[in-house]
Design a protein. Structure first.
Ligand SMILES: Cc1ncc(C[n+]2csc(CCOP(=O)(O)OP(=O)(O)O)c2C)c(N)n1
Length: 672
């Protein structure tokens, strides 16, 4: 190579640097995925150096373009590119790929590595996250940009693999994105025709391009993933298409350049091996014996991203200043939205609901809370997977979000629970909005992978899950959640709240919106539950500690403790009346959130559940799994370790023992 490499030589030098860094890091770790980074290096190089508006020295500036590596297994593509373009990811971190304490985990983890926008690895999730990011951008742009004053104006790029496009979640999210006309979303599909088991033809033969055209996307094809000019032209065309999301299908070759492993599944998830690496490096014209080699010219060329990023952010700050001068009120609202903080005094808008309101379903109360908050907490945006009339999630008086009205805050996710989960995560990752999504509790299973990732990333998403037990009645066992509460409680960093009445439901929303470091599930009834008389019983603010003494034994020294959640709290109160009448001093504990309760100091927990009182009965219309921690060896659980049945709710509660009489009998049996 001459002292002054040509532009084309320089491009190739940078691309081969990304390729060889990926090969070397996987070899060093003796685990990982080298083939796809080798194939996609031209796409990543082109995006990061010519198209992505990003700032390596300030990766989180709000108006940056987002890039999502949905094919998270190809993490070394991202790490090598971030390293080369000047992010705070030193070569040492690449040498420590996949090791304890490194910033280069096996799959990209948000918050762990600068420049990583979302945690990916479970295929398809990143795709849906990107749809959520593009949706949030479209919404905030419509709300806060005015004519020339454009403070929200960025694109969302995605790199997706065969696996991403096979997964159902991407079908759901792509269909929604096409319907909503998210024109600033640009997806690169790595059409390498290889997955783990071999050729994609084993299981995947549809015409992906035509499928996306049918979704309403703008679809382009690039025949050779090494053709930078063709890739560049496709990106430009995708950027000019503003009414439809874009899919660029790029034909690539996994492990490009490897004489013996190119186009084989072997190159997907295993190190190439020393010998093959040497052969491949020779084919690239690379020093075969050197590892983690970064040519000075490549580093210098890619470092241009740093200065361009500084300039892009500075230009944006000027636009922000002009926006602020011209539109001070709007600018203040926008800043507040970006901060993620709730407006001062927001909770004074929470409705005061008391015993005079009578028995109500907690889902209905939640609906009142949402509509009362809508004008005040204007970052609230969300909807349901086609169950809004049942979930009570429609924000009254607020327009729908649509392709023509992206300023709307009522979302219609369609019957797409999994897609909704991934989109909510993307919206929360984007920032500036407080997203919520809803369905029946039983269908939480359809979105569990996305909920798990929200918890892992610490995203403040709120889930409204209604029809929370056999109490939904006649729809029968397919619709009656049994194991769902236990299953959700098993997810770390997820707060599950099952309020007992209207007052606890209001507090549950307060808790959900105050939480900024993780997701919250609101578990709500279809059927009416009595308004607990808070003049006599303890205040519902006890919810914030997870569990509290709702009704104490006379004299404060119980012989029996009854623990209930949600609709079963009223049953516990009924049982207490029966036991008290028998002279058995009984305490009722409302335990809307086992996670929050478990976080309390031991002395508080012991005050609520005195260790000396071994006669404890937990009552919850769901699996008993997990309850023994709270009732102990000497306790009993009135739960449901079988599927439900189709019948009116009252009959089901009676048949399955959710009655004051049965609960009281259990308590008496424990004392005997
Ligand atoms: C939901 C999910 N299922 C399975 C996997 C395991 N997995 C990782 S990569 C992959 C498929 C690889 O094929 P492709 O997506 O085409 O990636 P490439 O081989 O081109 O890198 C699978 C099944 C996963 N990461 N996520």
């Amino acid at each position: 190579m001459s002292a002054q490499p040509s532009a084309a030589d320089l491009d190739l030098l940078c691309i081969n640097t990304i390729r060889t860094l990926a090969m070397d890091a996987v070899e060093q770790a003796q685990s990982g995925h080298p083939g796809t980074p080798m194939a996609l290096a031209p796409v990543a190089y082109l995006l990061y150096t010519r198209h992505l508006r990003h700032s390596p020295r300030h990766p989180l500036w709000p108006d940056r373009d987002r890039l999502v590596l949905s094919a998270g297994h190809a993490s070394m593509l991202l790490y090598a590119t971030l390293h080369l373009t000047g992010y705070d990811l030193p070569l040492e971190e690449l040498r420590n790929f996949r090791q304890w304490g490194s910033r280069t985990p096996g799959h990209p983890e948000r918050g762990h590595t600068p420049g990583v926008e979302t945690t990916t690895g479970p295929l398809g999730q990143g795709f849906a996250n990107a749809v959520g990011m593009a949706l949030a951008e479209a919404h905030l742009g419509a709300r806060f940009n005015r004519d020339a004053h454009r403070v929200v104006d960025h694109r969302t790029y995605v790199i997706a693999s065969d696996g991403d496009l096979m997964e159902g979640i991407s079908h759901e999210a792509a269909s929604l994105a096409g319907h909503l006309g998210l024109g600033k979303l640009i997806v690169f599909y790595d059409d390498n025709r290889i997955t783990i088991e071999g050729a994609t033809g084993l299981a995947f033969s549809e015409d992906v391009g035509r499928r996306f055209e049918a979704y309403g996307w703008h679809v382009q094809r690039v025949a050779d993933g090494n053709d930078l000019a063709a890739l560049d032209a496709a990106v430009r065309a995708a950027r000019s298409e503003t009414a439809r999301p874009s899919l660029v299908i790029v034909r690539t070759h996994i492990a490009f350049g490897s004489p013996n492993k190119q186009d084989t599944a072997e190159a997907h998830g295993a190190p190439l091996g020393k010998q093959e690496i040497a052969l491949t490096k020779r084919a690239y014209g690379w020093p075969a014996e050197e590892t983690f080699h970064v040519p000075e010219a490549a580093r210098a060329h890619c470092a241009g991203c740093i200065e361009r990023g500084v300039q892009a952010e500075a230009a944006w700050r000027e636009r922000v200043a002009a926006h602020e001068a011209a539109l001070p009120e709007l600018a203040a609202e926008w800043r507040a939205a970006l901060s993620g903080e709730l407006p001062r005094g927001w909770d004074t808008a929470l409705p005061a609901i008391g015993p005079k309101d009578g028995a109500q379903a907690t889902r209905a109360v939640s609906g009142r809370v949402l509509s009362a908050l809508a004008p005040v907490v204007r970052t609230l945006i969300g909807g349901s997977a086609d169950l809004a009339p049942s979930n009570n999630t429609f924000l009254q008086g607020v327009p729908d979000f649509s392709a023509t009205h992206p300023e709307g805050r009522n979302l219609h996710f369609g019957v797409r629970e999994h897609g909704m989960g991934g989109v909510l995560n993307g919206m929360a990752l984007h920032g500036g909005v407080r997203p919520y999504g809803a369905t029946f509790l039983v269908f939480a299973d359809y979105m569990r992978p996305a909920i798990r990732l929200a918890a892992m990333m610490g995203l403040p998403v709120v889930y409204v899950f209604t029809h929370d037990s056999i109490g939904l009645g006649e729809d029968g066992p397919t619709h009656q959640p049994i194991e769902h509460l236990a299953a959700l409680r098993a997810i770390p960093n997820l707060v599950v709240l099952r309020p007992a009445d209207a007052a606890e439901t209001v507090e549950a929303w307060r808790a959900a919106l105050q939480r900024s470091d993780g997701p919250t599930v609101l578990v709500l009834t279809r059927q009416k539950v009595p308004a607990l008389d808070r003049g006599v019983l303890a205040a519902a603010t006890g919810l914030h500690r997870g569990g509290y003494v709702l009704a104490d034994a006379a004299g404060g020294v119980p012989r029996v403790v009854l623990i209930g959640t949600g609709s079963e709290v009223a049953i516990c109160l009924g049982a207490k009346a029966l036991l008290d009448a028998d002279g058995i001093a009984t305490r009722v504990v409302s335990l809307p959130s086992a996670e929050l309760f478990a976080r309390q100091q031991a002395d508080y927990r012991d005050a609520v559940l005195p260790p000396a009182v071994r006669a404890r009965v937990a009552v919850e219309a769901g699996r008993t799994f997990g309850w023994h921690r709270w009732v102990g060896d000497g306790g009993a659980v009135v739960g449901l370790d079988r599927f439900g049945a189709s019948a009116p709710a009252e009959r089901l509660f009676a048949e399955f023992g959710f009655t004051p009489e049965h609960v009281a009998a259990q308590a008496r049996a424990l004392l005997a």
